[in-house]
Design a protein around this ligand. Structure first.
Ligand SMILES: [Zn+2]
Ligand SMILES: [Zn+2]
Length: 553
């Protein structure tokens, strides 16, 4: 049965390059998921875009002496380039700086206002007496009232994940000049979040298929009670407030960025020439998945669902498979201390698939995992090159040379050969089940164990020896191995799209892997192979030291 799958991917702030923590946390998993579903023949829409508003952008622009839109446009372009090189297959990667996004945001704002879910209230806003301006939440720093950690921001504490208001911070200070802010009255709009608590709790309790970390975090959060939240503020960069008298204020980025999932779908629909087509991904029979890092959970399991409940008529998330964190060389990633591996740097020096491989087989989907360059080298050389790449290369070179560059014609399978083929089919079925439930790490592990077993099969059958006395036996063993390669091309395609496409062509298949479906396609005897080439290249030990020297500087 074909399904319809909406995939919303976290919107990266356009204030700096992406690093491996972002990729492992929020970008690689949805791409694997999208490719898997497309191969199954499901209808998939995967959207995201750069978050161009908010104070991360204005802070960066101030540091660099640029305008916010210049900074945002620059990183937006860099994101597009990274997606293409890493193979992240968005159907649309847009931005929050489009007229369409502003229009959709205004519609949601006004609908919630008319229904009474948004109201006006006067609040005390932090104002820096030295900088002579209202301070956005992120411009205020202090001690977290929940976990007492220092360096919490006025919008959120990164240590314990609690969203905050600047006034809740203990010993607040202006991030620009360090002065203690004063609080002044200003009229703003508020979202009546508190009113949704019971409905949200009832809804969340039914989501037993969510990952335990997501479910537990959300439940605890709701049980702690919800506060109404300000959705406008005193800045000049962002989406305007569609109400008279609010010209100097803008809609908060936390409120409008999540609307991006809907506005991107509408933009995509317009681009297909059928502007009503967005409905098929937001209404009726469709499952919506939101892929995010764990620091983003409350916005996707509480705030966005509450906005959708208030608006009405649109689907709530089906699943929010949030990942845990990636550490780098055993230490917590820190962009300010440059303890990070930047994606554009990586892509300049190495191929995309070895990174996709390591981040998949070591994915932080249930617990934090570590990235190290030694592990990167080992996984590439011992697993991609020696296990999988070598299997493909020795089978294809030998066959190409001895069977006129064609898939050989097998004799009847003995039980070992039949078991090997059955094992390939089982692997696809097992992976189907795992991928369907977003267990990416286990899924790729089962594909790699098939490659290992097939190497053992070949060692036992030794077609390179039997060819002299029993050409039929050699042909059969090679045919079985080629069939497993055909299986691996499909099984590994969601994870390793570049090398899978190469293998697809080397095996003599035409068209796309996705078009072949999630099944074992036994190659036809006589099918023409392409001249073999290695799928992966061995990396030099020296990179470990070279890369270590870049970290933390
Ligand atoms: Zn100041
Ligand atoms: Zn905290």
């Amino acid at each position: 049965m074909k399904e319809r799958i909406f995939i919303g991917v976290a919107w990266p702030y356009a204030n700096g390059p992406l690093h491996l923590g972002h990729i492992a946390g929020a970008y690689l998993p949805p791409d694997i998921f999208a490719r898997y579903h497309r191969t199954k023949g499901d209808e998939v829409l995967m959207v995201s875009g750069s978050d161009q508003h908010g104070t991360p952008i204005t802070l960066k622009a101030e540091q660099e002496g640029k305008k916010p839109d210049e900074v945002a446009a620059e990183y937006h372009q860099q994101f597009l380039d990274s997606w293409q090189k890493l193979g992240i297959s968005f159907d649309l990667f847009t931005s929050t700086e489009t007229a369409n996004h502003a229009e959709v945001t205004h519609d949601i704002f006004l609908t919630l206002l008319n229904k009474g879910y948004i109201y006006r209230s006067t609040v005390s806003q932090p104002l820096c007496p030295r900088c002579q301006r209202f301070l956005p939440d992120r411009y205020v720093e202090g001690t977290c009232p929940h976990c007492q950690s220092k360096g919490a921001r006025g919008d959120q504490c990164d240590e314990c994940g609690q969203p905050l208001n600047p006034i809740e911070l203990i010993e607040p200070s202006c991030r620009i000049c360090g002065t203690t802010p004063q609080f002044r009255d200003s009229e703003h709009f508020f979202f009546r979040l508190s009113e949704f608590r019971d409905r949200l709790l009832d809804w969340v309790k039914q989501q037993t298929h969510w990952r335990p970390n997501v479910l537990n975090f959300t439940t605890r959060y709701l049980e702690g009670g919800l506060k109404d939240r300000a959705i406008t503020r005193d800045i000049d960069w962002g989406i305007t407030v569609p109400v008279e008298g609010f010209d100097n204020k803008r809609i908060y980025v936390w409120f409008e960025a999540v609307i991006g999932y809907l506005s991107a779908t509408k933009e995509w629909a317009k681009s297909t020439g059928d502007k009503e087509r967005w409905r098929s991904f937001w209404q009726g029979e469709v499952k919506s998945y939101y892929f995010i890092g764990k620091d983003n959970i409350p916005f996707h399991t509480i705030i966005w669902p509450a906005m959708l409940m208030g608006y009405g008529g649109l689907n709530l998330p089906y699943d929010v498979p949030a990942n845990e964190f990636l550490t780098i060389e055993g230490r917590k990633l820190s962009t300010s201390r440059n303890w990070a591996v930047w994606l554009p740097d990586y892509l300049e020096r190495y191929d995309p698939d070895p990174l996709r491989y390591l981040l998949s087989i070591n994915m932080p989907d249930t617990a934090d995992t570590d990235f190290s360059w030694r592990e990167f080298l080992r996984r590439n050389n011992d697993e991609l090159v020696a296990t999988y790449g070598n299997l493909a290369h020795r089978v294809l070179t030998f066959t190409y040379r001895n069977f006129n560059g064609c898939v050989p014609t097998p004799a009847e399978f003995d039980s070992y050969s039949q078991t090997t083929i059955d094992k390939a089919k089982d692997t696809l079925n097992t992976m189907d089940e795992l991928l369907y439930h977003c267990h990416f790490r286990e899924a790729i592990r089962s594909a790699m164990s098939l490659a290992q077993e097939t190497n053992r099969y070949l060692d036992k059958k030794s077609p390179w020896k039997t060819i002299k006395q029993d050409r039929q036996a050699s042909a059969t063993a090679l045919y079985v191995a080629i069939s497993v390669l055909s299986c691996l091309r499909t099984a590994l395609y969601p994870f390793l799209p570049f090398s899978s496409q190469k293998l697809h062509e080397l095996l003599g298949f035409k068209g796309s892997i996705e078009g072949d479906g999630w099944q074992l396609h036994m190659p036809a005897p006589g099918q023409k192979l392409l001249p073999p080439q290695p799928l992966f290249s061995k990396l030099d030990e020296g990179l470990i030291e070279e890369e270590a020297n870049r970290l933390g500087r």
